[in-house]
Ligand binder design. Sequence first.
Ligand SMILES: N[C@H](CCC[C@H](N)C(=O)O)C(=O)O
Length: 289
Amino acid sequence: MRIRFTKMQGAGNDFVVLDETRQRLNLTPAQYRQLADRHFGVGADQVLSVRPSPAPGVDFEYVIHNADGGEVEQCGNGARCFARYVADKGLAQGDRIRVQTLSGVIEPRLNPDGRVTVDMGQPVFALEQVPFVAAGLSPHKDGNWLKWHLALGTYAESQIVAVAVLSMGNPHAVQEVADADHAPVAQQGPLIERHSRFPKRVNAGFMEIQDRSHIRLRVWERGAGETLACGTGACAAVVAGIRLGKLDARVDVETRGGKLTIEWAGGDAPVFMTGPAVTVFEGEIELQE
Ligand SMILES: N[C@H](CCC[C@H](N)C(=O)O)C(=O)O
């Protein structure tokens, strides 16, 4: 099957974008993996599908597949690229759209400076909704929030990490590190991602708090490995830092791929994420059947 695609990136988190507004492609997990493969396909962290509105009051459906072929609930950097894509293709009127995802409706907005702001909805702290299995664990209070100590690796050389656990529609486990550049992302990331206490796996954040309005962040993403940036991960890290009493309501997040700005007023307020969204190239590819 030969298909057209658009390659995009948001702070270095890169995507293959598929226009399914006129016709469903009905791709298989293996075909999503091929599209994301950096040697046998286009190469991307996620594949984003643009589909017609599923309901009145919503403009589009936004479907996200990780590089491993699995469908997931949310992708923040992808949401900005989604908004840029539908605007550039003339599929959307105006600068604000409402987009249905597996985890609810989000509202991206194109800014005059070319960046995109997305209302990412409210963070979710109920452990069973992350989901996180806390049975038998006692949380540790830090500020006015709780951290969970996870044992990683085999008993012989197990390490204990303290993570804040929350959902931005997708699951996140965020730990504080002294130096993000030298954090054990490749070593601990996969162990946290697949820890048995996360039944749907988890995105593992490594946050260096520089001051009350600046952090550096690296994320080992569920189903994709370390990415140059993770939008929902940036939201989760800032929310965790605010709940721990260590960050103010507006934080610049420095990722390896660029800067994101996250704003959260606390309580039931939604999280706002602002950052870049760039089209890299268009192309066609022959997919395996
Ligand atoms: N790996 C994530 C999905 C993509 C999230 C990330 N690319 C973002 O910008 O939020 C997950 O499995 O939940």
